[in-house]
Design a protein around this ligand. Sequence first.
Ligand code: PRP
Length: 209
Amino acid sequence: MLIIVEHPLCACELTVVRDCRTDGPTFRAAMHRVGLHVCLEATRHLRVRAVPVVTPLEETSGYVLEHRVVAVPILRAGLMFLEPMMQILPRVEVGFIGLRRDEETLQPHEYYRKLPPLDVTTSIIVLDPMLATGGSSVAALERLRAAGVQDITVACAIAAPEGVERVEAVLPNVRIVAGGLDRCLNERGFILPGLGDAGDRAFGTENQL
Ligand code: PRP
């Protein structure tokens, strides 16, 4: 299931991150605000339970979350969505998966993984601003599914149709929430029109090994 965030402010922030003239600090700040929109939408399905609450004036009913939520940023670029996620859900637990896409083969290579206990009741929200070929997302999702998790949402800033199709083909029950759905991938696996390499632009590592 693909859900595109339909919000004018999200569209404006995406324009800032797409612009090749945007510098690193401005890029990170705009990506943070894209993350707020995307993470909010990525938590819309969470179930709540009714509880009584006493206001200064009377008793009424309120809500608490019914289950554990674990956010999993995919290093590095996914770190930009972690703070927005924690702002809207301060008690979120956090796991990390480090994946680096080989720019020749486009295959993801895992270099780090640290996850809290996961089971069938855990709701997972994978954070990665870019869904390009879908290789990194599928690699992360397969590891999470292997841990028994059923409810998984991928939160990204932009997605390519090729990546969405790949995730849906391999893991049909995964929810994808994106700030925008772009046109296609180029021959190097970059999203068009896209925003370049999110990690490099955020952390100033263009042309670095
Ligand atoms: C980028 C991006 C995604 C992945 C998307 O990360 O942040 O994780 O590539 O590509 P895919 O859908 O084709 O797998 P990258 O490997 O460049 O690492 P970085 O975040 O450290 O820059």
